[in-house]
Design a binder for this molecule. Structure first.
Ligand code: ADE
Ligand code: ZN
Length: 339
């Protein structure tokens, strides 16, 4: 009997490193929270919401993403959102998650930083106890906003240092280079936060260079356009900087409309530490397993390539050395058929 790669993917222990918690807001929950909080939406039903999810670019998506956030108001809302995602991850055999959140998307509309963080972190704690899912929280700065606003948000993170592991950079990439945030990243690194940044999703390879040189990131989120610069690819390989790749996001945001043309195989061939992630699964049509299945199908990946991608997620994670070793041992037992 031939090897069933889809079943192998479904059962594989997984880690997710690029996930915006606000991007897990399913249309059903959006309608439910709108009702609970008395927020009016420009949609009558779930079908209308789903129909609106046709994106020509990153900005098209971000406009809907920020509009969708308007239903999130209370600590309970953030708890429910996060717990729903973690329940789903448990069903998908996900053992570890590193989650982005966008506090400025909430503080700008009057929701307190602590309301957001308290809701998300209680769900993370509950999932660790109930499901054994470990987590790291990464606070993103919205790059279309000012450096001053980023510093204000950073002050909140410093107050809540024990619950926030890293800092990231997301939102509209073009016209907002990483260097705009060099100073706040320096302050954050000195305070002990792990730095990552979105770069090279729509922006040019030079933004990836800036993320490395100016922000001194430990991982690049997306990084697809780095492939346009062979010297940069060599550097990313030599310095072992992981890339968090998001296939269904790339497809839906027209970064790579046809997944059979996705550069993932080139990245693997160049010895880059690439990982598979879902980015904003509710908006892009699939969670972590769906992303693995989609890219493995489109590129006819074999078992070895899927294993590499699965293992890379634990290698590239911010787990402690001891927890990483244990997670990799569990992964290897699964691969050997013992898991
Ligand atoms: N915010 C949420 N998803 C994003 C993405 N894919 N790129 C930039 N900002 C985002
Ligand atoms: Zn992202």
């Amino acid at each position: 009997m031939s090897f069933d790669i889809d079943a192998f993917i479904r059962g594989m222990p997984k880690a997710e490193l690029h996930l915006h918690i606000e991007g897990t807001l399913e249309p059903e929950m959006m309608m439910g929270l709108a009702k609970r909080n008395g927020v009016s939406l420009p949609y009558q039903n779930v079908e209308e919401i789903r129909k609106a999810y046709q994106f020509g670019s990153l900005q098209d998506f971000l406009d809907l993403y920020y509009a969708g956030m308007s239903v999130l108001k209370t600590e309970r809302d953030f708890f429910d959102l996060t717990y729903a995602y973690l329940t789903r991850m448990h069903q998908e055999h996900t053992r570890h998650v590193e989650i982005f959140f966008d506090p400025q998307g909430h503080t700008e509309r009057g929701v307190a930083f602590d309301t957001v963080l308290d809701g998300i972190s209680s769900a993370l704690e509950k999932a660790q106890i109930e499901f054994g899912i470990t987590s790291r929280l990464i606070m993103c700065f919205l790059r279309h906003l000012s450096e001053d606003s980023a510093f204000e948000t950073f002050d909140h993170a410093c107050r809540c240092k024990s619950r926030i592991f890293g800092i990231g950079l997301d939102s509209s990439e073009k016209g907002h280079p990483p260097s705009k945030f060099s100073r706040v990243y320096k302050a954050a690194r000195e305070a002990g936060f792990y730095p990552v940044a979105h770069a090279g999703e729509e922006g040019p390879p030079s933004y990836v260079c800036e993320a490395l040189d100016d922000l001194k990131v430990k991982r690049i989120d997306h990084g697809n356009r780095a492939l346009e610069n062979p010297a940069l690819v060599k550097r990313i390989a030599d310095e072992k900087i992981p890339l968090t790749i998001c296939p269904l996001s790339n497809k839906r945001l027209q970064v790579c409309p046809d997944l059979t043309q996705h550069p993932l195989r080139k990245m693997l061939d160049a010895d880059l530490i690439v990982t598979i992630n879902s980015d904003d699964p509710s908006y892009f049509g699939g969670y972590l397993t769906d992303n693995f299945l989609a890219i493995a199908g489109a590129l006819s990946l074999d078992r070895k390539a899927v294993e590499t991608l699965g293992r890379n997620a634990f290698i590239a994670s911010f787990l402690s050395a001891q927890d990483k070793q244990k997670a990799l041992e569990d992964f290897d037992s699964y691969v050997k058929g013992l898991g």
